[in-house]
Design a binder for this molecule. Sequence first.
Ligand SMILES: Nc1ncnc2c1ncn2[C@@H]1O[C@H](COP(=O)(O)OP(=O)(O)OP(=O)(O)O)[C@@H](O)[C@H]1O
Ligand SMILES: [Mg+2]
Length: 244
Amino acid sequence: MLFRSTSSAPAVGEPLPLDPTAPVIRTRGIEKAFPTGPSQTYALRRIALDIQPGEFVSIMGPSGAGKSTLLHILGLHDHAWTGEYMLMGQPVHAMNSKQRAALQKRATGFVFQAYHLLDDLTVYENIELPLSYRDVPKGERQTLVADVLDRFGIVAKKDLYPTQLSGGQQQLVGIARAIVGNPSVILADEPTGNLHSSQAQEIMELFKQLNERGTTVVQVTHSEANAAYGSRVIRLRDGYLEQA
Ligand SMILES: Nc1ncnc2c1ncn2[C@@H]1O[C@H](COP(=O)(O)OP(=O)(O)OP(=O)(O)O)[C@@H](O)[C@H]1O
Ligand SMILES: [Mg+2]
């Protein structure tokens, strides 16, 4: 069932009244197609998904099933889809790009399958970036970034540029950047795909701790060991959500 069409976005410039008791994520009838020649290929079909506050959900499924496509929609990186999506009670489908950007900065932290660090910023500056978007005062930014650098054991790397780091180290910086602003929901696309197993375990422990403190976590993973840290697995196949 689709939402009643009365849900509308707040006017531009109004603060977003995020509802901490609403489902963090609620989608109905999400469809995503890519043009392929004269026709189109569906990457997602009829996705109806509810994720409650405090859940730790793993999205699994074969390569090409649509996992990254779905996560990018949930993380408000992709707007070319149809259907309905409520994020913490806010109707994403009814928002303009400015409202979606404000909601994204406020509510979400995203870990990309392929790092996406800014190459002309240092490690420190990359991690600080989401805080500057959120108008966190400079002194507080320094404390938060120092804290996360320390927690991830990358203090010595803070003045290096991403191209001077290994793949695993870049991924750590990507995760640090996603969590530094204490988002309500973390969306992570194979967050440990490029890490060796002890680093991977540390990252999963960290997600578990954040989750125990109330952060909702949604991760895409191919690893049963990683999925075991979560409280629920959902499976995608050929663009469809498999019913549990
Ligand atoms: N830009 C694009 N243009 C056309 N098709 C695309 C595009 N991006 C993704 N697709 C298609 O959408 C489908 C889902 O891709 P997606 O990246 O979401 O898969 P995935 O489940 O994340 O796979 P993996 O586990 O390999 O990361 C695939 O069939 C892919 O070919
Ligand atoms: Mg993927």
